[in-house]
Design a binder for this molecule. Structure first.
Ligand code: HGY
Ligand code: MN
Ligand code: MN
Length: 430
């Protein structure tokens, strides 16, 4: 019987293997519907097959591995995360959750081969294909596709090269017009559990390996396009300028000031584009992105209103046009008490509990899956609290602890499902 220690070591080795599959030499970037994305998904599919799963894939690159157990085609307990990355990424954000799911599946399959009565439901592991939104400005692409909740108009969204999501799906051999049968609807999923690195400093500062998430902050992403007048840098007097980049700079500093003033609010300008882009030309156009988050949606909405109002005033004072394009909004999402309780019970049973109860400042596919299933998240310490950076890391001992808690969580859910007491009767989807 394979041991959890052996499986945890395999998780770490596979994270390194996936971390070497990148669009760029010298840094990790793996956007959905690219060759490297396909290579990574092929590898995940092979590992799922090795674990005993039946593997299916969809048009955006999601990979699903299903172990039927006593599921008999019915609802599955789903464990997953994403396999795409940001630019110049770390190798654990996303893949760790998928690899822990595969390891748990391999352990449970082997245990059943040894005579264990098995689970009362199917077990699925999913690798979502595009959570970060780095390509097509379409965050949670894979989980939205898998739950049939892709917003109207997203198929027409284009990447930096002008390739649309629909075009990329076609190029990958898929049919964007085929209505994506939602793989996950309410009746299909017992619960969705996403193991994930914390991506922040709390567990590391507390000296704790694991945490349990009670809620995920809401967030929205916007694109602000400022248009002025390109002109000669040497001959244009300052009062006569319509400098688009200066207007964008006003907005960047307004966002930072508002976020510093509002407790718990974070605002980030991660992308900027300037045209025509010459040192001796006053920028005629400047576009920035804004990523704004808070645990309380009403606080976030109010803060975004203040930031945009100030940005519009700054643009007007410089005689600039400003077009604001909302790109994505996802509400703050609570995890389900039954799943959180199962994770805590599993932690106690494996000697890791009780776990610190946390709010996730990072967004996750679990937010989308919450529309079709009870969700829960298990956090793994991020040494140094850094993520979305090549020095993002995870400790082998913490991954072993996470695997043991994850397996015990599956067993906790199974016990409750057998007893008919996992969810309140009113919540059971027919
Ligand atoms: O941006 C996020 O919160 C996540 O890493 N996609
Ligand atoms: Mn991320
Ligand atoms: Mn992530």
């Amino acid at each position: 019987m394979v041991t959890t220690a052996e499986l945890a070591a395999t998780v770490m080795a596979r994270a390194d293997r996936l971390g070497s599959i990148s669009e760029d030499a010298g840094r990790l970037v793996r956007r959905p519907l690219t060759g490297p994305a396909r290579d990574a998904e092929d590898l995940v599919a092979s590992w799922l097959t090795e674990a005993g799963a039946t593997v299916t894939r969809d048009a955006v690159g999601n990979v699903f591995g299903r172990l039927e157990n006593a599921g008999d085609g019915g609802p599955a307990l789903v464990i997953g995360s994403h396999v795409d990355t940001v630019r110049d990424a770390g190798r654990y954000d996303g893949p760790l959750g998928v690899l822990l799911g595969i390891a748990a599946m391999a352990y449970l399959a082997a245990r059943e081969d040894e005579g264990d009565p098995g689970l009362p439901f199917a077990l699925e592991v999913v690798a979502f294909a595009g959570e970060e939104g780095v390509r097509f400005a379409a965050p949670f692409l894979g989980s939205r596709f898998a739950t049939g909740t892709l917003p109207d108009g997203w198929l027409a969204r284009a990447d930096d090269e002008g390739i649309t999501l629909a075009g990329a799906i076609c190029d990958a051999g898929g049919n964007p017009d085929a209505p994506p049968r939602a793989r996950y609807r309410g009746a299909d999923v017992v619960a969705y559990i996403e193991p994930h690195i914390e991506q922040g400093p709390i567990l590391d500062l507390a000296g704790e390996a694991l945490g349990v998430v009670e809620a995920i902050v809401g967030q929205e992403r916007l694109r602000l396009a400022f248009t002025g007048q390109a002109n000669h840098a040497g001959t244009t007097p300052m009062p006569a300028r319509r400098d688009a980049l200066a207007g964008a700079a006003d907005a960047i500093l307004v966002a930072e000031r508002v976020a510093r003033d509002v407790p718990g609010l974070v605002a980030t300008v991660g992308e900027i584009a300037v045209a025509p882009g010459a040192a001796n030309v006053i920028p005629g156009a400047a576009t920035i992105t804004m990523d704004i988050r808070h645990a309380d949606d009403s606080v976030r909405v109010s803060a975004v209103g203040s930031i945009l109002e100030a940005a519009r005033q700054a643009a007007a004072s410089r005689d600039l046009d400003l077009v604001v394009t909302p790109e994505m909004e996802v509400a703050a999402t609570p995890c389900h008490g039954a799943v959180t309780a199962a994770i805590q019970a599993a932690a106690r049973r494996t000697g890791m509990g009780p776990l610190r109860v946390m709010t996730s400042g990072a967004g996750h596919d679990a937010m989308v899956m919450s529309s079709v299933a009870p969700i829960g998240m298990l956090f793994v310490r991020s040494p140094g609290g850094i993520s979305h950076h090549p020095s993002e890391s995870a400790l082998g001992g913490d991954v072993l602890a996470a695997l043991r808690v994850l397996i015990a969580t599956v067993d906790e859910v199974a016990t409750k499902v057998r007893a008919g007491s996992f969810l309140a009767r009113s919540e059971v989807v027919a």
